[in-house]
Write a protein that binds this ligand. Structure first.
Ligand SMILES: Nc1ncnc2c1ncn2[C@@H]1O[C@H](COP(=O)(O)OP(=O)(O)OP(=O)(O)O)[C@@H](O)[C@H]1O
Ligand SMILES: [Mg+2]
Length: 142
């Protein structure tokens, strides 16, 4: 039996847009709060979404976020257009970062984003191809 979708949202993420970067995470947060989801779960969703969204702003050429809410879970997909990650195992390590000086000056680049996304997710998959792009799929149980 397939799960019934209650709501779904799509957002565009623009590379380098630090002004709008984080808006998707904050909109998803509002929806989850309105649905009465436990605040600890809302926090996990918000952290995972914000980190994946900002990775697209900082490291990618731009992409899309799709969030689908089911009765008992939220699924989020982050798909970008490149440049992709050559060594995913290395990128998943705490402290590994290729963030630019500009991004570091804005407080990014601790190399904590991907590990935190995984930690806050109940299911986590990452696929990436150098020159093609990156796709992250995660599920957080409500
Ligand atoms: N969407 C992406 N496209 C290309 N490379 C990425 C992407 N997301 C992550 N990376 C690569 O993986 C590295 C680790 O990502 P992670 O989010 O853990 O750290 P960070 O973004 O560098 O720093 P922080 O998230 O702590 O601000 C990045 O520095 C970058 O090299
Ligand atoms: Mg990051």
């Amino acid at each position: 039996m397939s799960k019934i979708e209650l709501l779904s949202y799509e957002f565009d993420v623009t590379a380098g847009d630090f002004i709008r970067g984080g808006e998707s995470a904050s909109q998803i947060k509002n929806v989850m709060q309105q649905l009465g989801v436990d605040s600890k779960i809302v926090k996990k969703i918000c952290v995972a979404c914000y980190e994946a969204e900002m990775n697209m702003v900082i490291h990618s050429f731009g992409g899309k976020i799709k969030a689908t809410i089911f009765k008992d879970s939220i699924e989020m997909k982050f798909h970008d257009e490149g440049p992709g990650i050559e060594d995913i195992e290395l990128a998943m390590k705490v402290g590994y970062s290729t963030a630019s000086d500009d991004a570091r000056n804005m407080g990014f680049g601790a190399g904590m984003g991907l590990p935190n996304i995984k930690k806050n997710s109940d299911e986590f998959e990452i696929e990436s191809y150098k020159g093609k792009g990156t796709e992250i799929k995660l599920v957080i149980n409500l």
